[in-house]
Design a protein around this ligand. Structure first.
Ligand SMILES: Cc1ncc(COP(=O)(O)O)c(C=O)c1O
Length: 419
């Protein structure tokens, strides 16, 4: 419990914050009513690390000065560029061979579904959360149709119980067991984009494997936010974008995880391209696809260097700080935010809303508003609070450990009180 009535509490928390210097490694956008925005949208687009420009400049210089020779003789040879992302594995709890950075998230989900959703006449069902992110819904819908199946026959969407906002693990496990013989895939998000619920991936994976189904996780809202152990939990595949908590720029590249039990199997079906070919023989240009072992064997095209350079700058910061420290501060910021929101609500009767994010969560807090919700959101925006509005009536707030301060959160609370 924090005494949020006093500003001093935020000053003290910031002073004790071992990550406070990292705020200065990011550009905080200027506000209209204050020098810097109160930026709580790292769950949507993370801020720009100041180092990004020099990382991109390096690749532009190599291109300018070396042309095609940059592939082998650049400072960071483009031919091997994806190897510079081995540290990505630490962010998601994987072995380095299990992770590769390539493409964008939805593209990667489709590529992985090609490998992991191969329905038969007896095993063809997919369990997913109702209200999954639209791109995931469309990916699943189109995959199911691609296999000539009917969506309602093949896809089971799990909803929260009446009057509840988030899913119970036991309800998902029950659906898994009830559909066990026919279940081909459990496809879930790691952290739910709307409610901020951090699912019990370990328990869900265990339950799905017990009935013989594969498990795929969309970690868009989990990577760089919560502690993941994709390898130890035995998840079969996962993918995430890097522009949210991983601060790698709009439309930035995506990370992919393929568990080694599949990654090391060259017979695993996949859509192939030359960049996934065995690296030592790639330029022999032979017929017959031989995959590089590990997740790298799912690559199709040569790396988009400029976009990857942005991610490299951001990932180097993760390597420096480590997920443990980030998760620790993220939890503290979130707990402070929750207290600030509850106290403001007590102070100002106009604030009729409900926190719908369960205890299992990362940085995000989702607030279910009433009919004055949009007015509240607009008021906050006018006052330089950058949060996001998700239809029909949720305000999402995510103070993140790299660049948000406890004072950001406290000042947000003062604005809430004045609404
Ligand atoms: C959970 C989730 N899945 C998928 C996507 C789509 O990502 P992309 O546009 O990079 O394919 C997003 C984007 O925000 C997302 O939040």
């Amino acid at each position: 419990m924090f005494n949020t009535t006093s500003k001093q509490v935020a000053v003290d928390l910031d002073q004790a914050d071992v990550l406070k210097k990292y705020r200065h490694h990011f550009f905080i956008p200027p506000g209209k009513t204050r020098s810097e925005q109160l930026y709580f949208t790292g769950n949507s687009l993370g801020l720009q690390p100041k180092a990004v420009q020099s990382y991109i400049q390096q690749e532009l210089d190599d291109w300018k000065n070396l042309g095609v020779e940059g592939h082998f003789h650049g400072k960071n040879p483009w031919f091997k560029y994806h190897h510079f992302f081995e540290k990505e594995a630490l962010v998601v709890g994987a072995k380095k061979e299990e992770v590769v950075v390539m493409n964008n998230l939805t593209v990667n989900l489709h590529l992985l579904l090609v490998s992991f959703y191969r329905p038969t006449s007896s095993r063809f069902k997919i369990i997913m959360e109702a209200g999954a992110f639209p791109s995931d819904m469309y990916a699943i819908e189109s995959q199911v149709k691609h296999h000539g199946l009917d969506y309602d026959d093949a896809v089971i969407e799990i909803k929260p119980r009446a009057g509840e906002h988030h899913l119970r693990t036991e309800d998902v496990c029950q659906a898994i067991n009830e559909n066990g013989d026919q279940l081909a895939l459990l496809f879930f998000s790691g952290v739910q984009y709307y409610t901020g619920q951090y699912f019990d991936i370990k328990a869900l994976t265990h339950a799905a494997h017990a009935v013989g189904a594969f498990v795929g996780i969309d970690c868009a809202h989990a990577a760089g936010n919560v502690k993941l152990q994709l390898h130890d939990w035995g998840v079969d595949f996962a993918a995430w974008c890097t522009y949210k908590y991983m601060n790698s720029g709009p439309g930035g590249v995506s990370g992919v995880f393929v568990h080694e039990k599949h990654g090391n199997n060259p017979e695993m079906p996949r859509f192939a391209g030359w960049w996934g070919y065995k690296e030592s023989e790639r330029f022999q240009m032979k017929r017959g696809f031989k995959p590089e072992p590990g997740a790298a064997g799912w690559q199709l095209s040569n790396a988009p260097i400029i976009s990857m350079a942005t991610h490299k700058a951001a990932l180097d910061l993760f390597d420096e700080v480590g997920m443990d420290a980030l998760v620790k501060k993220g939890k503290a910021l979130n707990a402070f935010l929750e207290q600030i929101v509850l106290d403001a609500q007590e102070f100002n009767q106009k604030l009729a809303f409900e926190i719908i994010t369960p205890e299992d969560r990362g940085c995000q807090l989702s607030i279910l508003t009433n009919e004055s919700g949009k007015a509240l959101f607009d008021y906050l925006t006018l006052n330089d609070v950058i949060a996001d509005w998700r239809e029909p009536n949720v305000i999402r707030l995510a103070p993140v450990p790299f660049y948000n301060s406890f004072m950001d959160v406290w000042e947000f609370g003062e604005l809430l009180k004045q609404f």
